[in-house]
Design a binder for this molecule. Structure first.
Ligand code: ADP
Length: 390
């Protein structure tokens, strides 16, 4: 600091005094938010170190430049008008309030910022100070939240399958009753010696087959409704996908206090997957495990991603294992078939849907009974091509 005492109570009058300049320079170098000072024509008078980092310009480059170079779209064109309006009318649009606007970096990329502007009247002229905070990360996490919500909606749609089931049961009942009636009539006709009856028998069996196909169509429609039809597989990071699925499955259940551990082989980065659908599979498997673990002391669930040894290369196996009662040999045969369930409230569709999704991704799903008990459901996905060689 200089030995010459600065005028103590009138800092404005000492605006260009060396001490004050030094002080201003130290503020500009250390203020954590980007800070830009302009005159009332929008010409930049000061440009902080954080602003340099944020916008990719040096302070030297920006001094004396119009501040609207840092703006985008209509703000860039109209900035002069905004200041003019304010100076003329004194009506504050942004000053003292803050607003989210889009800014432009030196390389032309646009990004969202929170802009706050303060004003000072110095020697009859306004000086505006803008404080700028980068909102890119915040916006990214908001988008992530929105994505998670969309996933949750899809997830609750699966729960809505239960409700839809009663309507479907009604629809299915018709063709199935018809099949049963035609088959019973056919059996009776078999005993008849009348050759004409062969014709009727033929018709009855044809009709029974037609009705059975109709019942199958209804089930297929339900499956594609739940599994969202086409798969749009793209490279996605597996670990966060699994972590989100775990978080989502725990949100929806009372038994959410069962610990779910995630283990991912560090060689695994990205897989080819439709992330929402694969999460659907993992969520279903975890929900089943939670159901199976009701009443088990020391209940545990492990979600594991590993590179299978032997077999086809370029695959990753994802396992959801629990230490519950496991599956009977008989159940093991049928679990992937629609309507195979041991639950009073169950639809028996979850695993069948999982299988549809996994197979649409070109993978396979199976249940393995580990020697230590419980059950592991294991399905495969393709690794993104360039990670398959590791
Ligand atoms: P739902 O859950 O509606 O019964 P699923 O197709 O998801 O339909 O499951 C079919 C059946 O498989 C379940 O009813 C249950 O008997 C059995 N099952 C699934 N997961 C497990 C598990 N982790 N442990 C034991 N049994 C399981």
């Amino acid at each position: 600091m200089s030995d010459t005492p600065s005028p103590p109570s009138t800092p404005l009058s000492g605006f260009d005094a060396p001490a004050l300049q030094q002080h201003l320079a130290s503020i500009l170098a250390s203020v954590p938010d980007a800070m830009i000072v302009t005159d009332e024509a929008g010409v930049i008078l000061a440009f902080s170190r954080a602003a340099e980092t944020l916008f990719g310009y040096t302070a030297d480059e920006m001094m004396g430049q119009p501040v609207n170079r840092l703006m985008a779209g209509r703000d860039r064109t109209n900035h002069g008008k905004y200041i003019g309006n304010y100076l003329r009318t004194g009506e504050r649009q942004i000053i003292g309030k803050g607003r989210v606007v889009i800014a432009a970096r030196a390389d032309g990329t646009l990004f969202p910022i929170d802009l706050k502007i303060g004003e000072a009247l110095i020697a009859g002229h306004y000086v505006f100070t803008a404080f700028i905070r980068d909102l890119t990360d915040q916006q990214r996490s908001e988008m992530r939240m929105q994505e998670m919500q969309a996933e949750l909606v899809h997830f609750s749609r699966l729960s809505a399958v239960g409700t839809m089931a009663s309507a479907l049961a009604h629809e299915l009942n018709q063709p199935l009753t018809a099949v049963a009636n035609y088959l019973e009539a056919s059996r009776d006709l078999l005993d008849s010696p009348d050759p004409e009856m062969r014709e009727i028998l033929h018709e009855a069996l044809t009709e029974a087959a037609r009705q059975a196909v109709r019942a199958g169509e209804i089930v297929r429609k339900l499956r594609s409704y739940v599994s969202r039809g086409e798969v749009e597989a793209r490279p996605v990071a597996l670990e966060p996908l699994l972590a989100d699925a775990i978080a989502l499955s725990r949100l929806s259940r009372e038994a959410a206090d069962i610990p779910v551990k995630l283990e991912v082989d560090e060689r695994i980065q990205r897989v080819l997957a439709d992330p929402v659908q694969v999460q659907q599979v993992v969520i279903n498997l975890i929900r089943n495990a939670i159901d199976a673990l009701a009443g088990t002391g020391d209940a545990r669930i492990v979600v594991r991603a590993l590179i299978p040894v032997g077999g086809e290369t370029g695959l990753v196996a994802i396992e959801v294992c629990d230490n519950g009662p496991g599956l009977s040999a008989e159940m093991k045969e049928t679990i992937f078939k629609p309507f195979a369930t041991t639950k009073s409230q169950g639809m028996g569709l979850g695993l069948s849907i999982c299988q549809t999704i996994v197979e649409a991704h070109g993978g396979t799903i199976l249940a393995i009974s580990p020697p230590e008990g419980g059950i592991c459901f294991r399905f495969t996905l393709r690794l993104e091509a360039d990670t398959s060689e590791i």
